[in-house]
Ligand binder design. Sequence first.
Ligand code: PEP
Ligand code: MG
Length: 590
Amino acid sequence: MFNGIGVSRGFGIGEAQILERDQPEVAEITLPESALGQEVERFHTAVEHARTQLRNVLDLIPRDTPGEIESFIESHLLMLNDPMMHDGPIRIIRELRCNAEWALKQQRDAIVSVFEAMDDPYLRTRKDDVEHVMRRIQQALHNPEGESKPEAPQDWHGRIVVADDLTPADTVHMQHQGVAGFITESGGQLSHTAILARSLGIPAVIGVHEARRYMRNGETLIIDGQSGLVIASPNRATVAHYEERSDALKRRIHELISLRDAPAVTLDGDPVTLQANIEIREDIEALRKVNAAGVGLYRTEFMYMNRSDVPDEEEHYETYIAVVRELRGAPLTIRTVDIGADKEIDDDQVGPLAHNPAMGLRGIRRCLIDPTLFIPQLRAILRASAKGPINIMFPMLTTVSEVRQTLALLEDVKASLRREGERFDESIPVGGMIEVPAAAVSAHQFAEHLNFLSIGTNDLIQYSLAIDRIDDQVNYLYDPLHPAVLILIKRVIDAGRTASIPVSMCGEMAGDPRYVRLLLSLGLRDFSVPPNAILEVRQVINSTLLADVLRYAEKIIASSDPEQQNALLEEMNAGVDSIMEQDAYSALFH
Ligand code: PEP
Ligand code: MG
């Protein structure tokens, strides 16, 4: 057994195919001045050859795969035009009067050492791309007639490939031929190989050190792309066990896909709104795949991260209209920035964080004392609301006076936009997140001023139970079933009902299939969950007869014994099988 990093869900069972493909040995050969022109020509031809090979690979990419795959290959094509890749070696050929292979190797070593010195793990990983492109040119120099495919065997069908590393182009070739999975010795979660494996749905385990030394060609291998486990030469019972698990996973995926276009409605006929949480614009693609009803929470703080300045109004605006456009008429709930606490940003942007940031200036608190941070975002959201249905939502509300101040500020911003002749949705719905216990207890007062409420259980649980949500040491106390939490949730839902305004839940609790029936029983009809939880949550909703399960909710709230609560929850969840094979969704879409 070997352990690596599981980068794409699913099981692969097949014959090992060890891929030995180290760099060809390169020696320095000194050339006479008269031969240099010809050597440069030889280098040009090799680059051209590499380009043709990569273009051929583009034709093999399955049509229904995400655009990122094509862009990986295209980025390699672009690198071939980069002066570093191109002019650098030519300069070395002339300066050292050497062969093209040696010049290319010198240039490779120089570039790789620059990448290795980088602090950013993502950029450091991009060294692999340089290696892949240079290796391709090196191989074209070595074997000018060579094919673009990896070395023999040409038929990867049903094999588990074991390699030092795989280029995006290799990966596409192998997927095209029905490879059963792959194992690489190098690479990390962020490597293109890993991203590609997920996108192409190939079970893969990477970072299995010395895999090629210990595994033998032709032996049976089982890989678990989720846990990163690799089993070599398993006995028959183990193979049978994994075949069964693999079949069950496929069945489950099939079941979930069939729910893609199904409306979310309980067996009693109660419709439920099922929206998605997004963090970056690119998440929209995942949301579309599962047909979410819109975005219930757009966490905008990610626009502020990994940079030293803050986004200006135009950047906000361009981002929001791009998302609105991609949503094609589905509603978008933009949460104004909630920096501070676990969403750390650069000190240069807004000054140092408090000693206890979770209790400090975060969310609406920071925005209200720093209008220069807040107003550009409000203006951009309002302007974007002219282009499609947008709701605006404020995080971390504690007092109703914060709501009053925020609404007054919003009115001022609207007035200045009107003066400037800017269009916006005059009746843009305005909502507040209920994630501070004080706000939950007085939710009825908040409901008088707002068009909707959204329960942020991640923070509500953190503050109710006094446990830092990112502190592993107290993680064991993080319990959505704590009666205090359930009472607060119910109180907010009831306040919304009394005031006739919608109440949604956008914390992680809403996306956990185990809690869906309980939340429905507490009266929740609006869920906003991570895109990869939509299908499972929809399945639970569609399999729920509220009349049958309602009675459990009160018993669960009334119990102070977690064991009893879990037993009741299990009973309430009878027939919900999605819980058994969690992450089945990911096997398909990632
Ligand atoms: C929450 O607190 O539940 C929530 C959705 O907001 P965040 O996780 O971004 O703090
Ligand atoms: Mg929160």
